[in-house]
Write a protein of this length. Structure first.
Length: 255
C-alpha cells in the first residue's frame, strides 16, 4: 500500500536504524484497514463460496476484481465447472466489473455452494527488471527484461529510489513516460508498481504515523497534539482522528 521510503518521508525520518519498527507500523496500518473494511486490499488470489437462488450477478469481497480463475458448483460430492457449454469459456461467458461478475451466454449463478476463485485487490508489486531515468527527463528506460506492457498501465504509480511518479503512457515493454520529470539520475534501479488509490495510501501513512508517534521513545503524542496552553505543556489538548469517511467508502458489508 505504501513503501517504507514513502512513509519515512511522511514522518521525516532519514536514518535506517528504525526501519524494521517502521515497517511493522506499515503492516499494522494495512491490517487495520483490512479489518475495518472487511476485505483485503493487496492483490492476491481469493476463494469465496455462495448460495444464490437465481441470479446473474455475484458481488465479490476483494475489489477490484482482476480475473476469474475458476467457477464451480458442488454436486454429487464434487465440484464441477459451471461454464461447460460448447465453445464457452470464463472469458466469453463472464463479464467482470470492479466488484462483481455477471453471467452471460444463458448462464446464471443459481447453484448450491458456488465456488469462485479469482484474483482481486490493488496492485502493489515489485516490477520485473530495472529502470533508468535521467535527470530532467520523464522518459523511463527498462533494463534487464522489463515487462511494462504486461505489468503497468497508464495511471499506475511507479516507485524507485524513494520517489513516487505517475505513469503517463506505456510505449512498449521497455519504455514508458511519466507525468513529472525526475530531478536526478536514477541508473539501473529496482522499482515497484502500484494502482493503490491516493486516499488509501494516505490512510496507511496517517495510521502508521499515529502508531510511530505514540510508541515509546519517539515523542509521545506529537501527531495528535492540537494545542498547548503553556510553554511547559501544563495543559495539552489532543486531536481526534476521524477515519469514518475513508472507511465507509471502501467497507464491505455482508448481507
Amino acid at each position: 500500500m505504501i513503501t517504507l521510503s514513502e512513509f519515512k518521508a511522511y514522518v521525516n525520518i532519514t536514518g535506517s536504524d528504525k526501519d524494521s519498527l517502521l515497517q511493522g507500523f506499515i503492516s499494522s496500518a494495512i491490517e487495520k484497514l483490512n479489518s475495518e473494511c472487511n476485505r483485503k486490499f493487496i492483490r492476491d488470489t481469493f476463494t469465496e463460496y455462495f448460495n444464490y437462488p437465481n441470479c446473474k450477478t455475484v458481488y465479490l469481497q476483494n475489489a477490484p476484481v482482476v480475473s476469474i480463475t475458476s467457477l464451480q458448483y458442488y454436486s454429487d460430492n464434487a465440484y464441477t465447472n459451471l461454464i461447460d457449454g460448447s465453445g464457452h469459456t470464463i472469458d466469453n461467458s463472464i463479464e467482470i466489473n470492479s466488484n462483481s461478475i455477471v453471467a452471460v451466454n444463458s448462464y446464471s449463478f443459481s447453484r448450491n455452494k458456488l465456488k469462485v476463485v479469482y484474483v482481486g485487490g490493488y496492485k502493489f508489486t515489485v516490477g520485473t527488471g530495472r529502470v533508468k531515468v535521467l535527470a530532467g527527463s520523464k522518459n523511463v528506460e527498462g533494463l534487464l527484461g522489463t515487462l511494462f506492457t504486461d505489468e503497468i498501465v497508464a495511471g499506475d504509480y511507479i516507485y524507485f529510489d524513494g520517489l513516487k511518479r505517475k505513469v503517463a503512457t506505456i510505449v512498449d515493454a521497455t519504455h514508458l513516460t511519466l507525468t513529472e520529470a525526475v530531478l536526478e539520475d536514477h541508473i539501473s534501479v529496482t522499482f515497484t508498481v502500484s494502482n493503490v488509490p491516493d486516499d488509501l495510501s494516505l490512510f496507511c501513512c496517517k495510521v502508521a504515523a499515529e502508531m510511530w508517534y505514540e510508541s515509546p521513545g519517539t515523542g509521545r503524542g506529537l501527531l495528535l497534539v492540537e494545542s498547548k496552553s503553556t510553554e511547559k505543556e501544563g495543559s495539552v489538548s489532543y486531536k481526534t482522528l476521524d477515519w469514518t469517511p475513508i472507511l465507509e467508502k471502501y467497507r464491505v458489508i455482508n448481507i
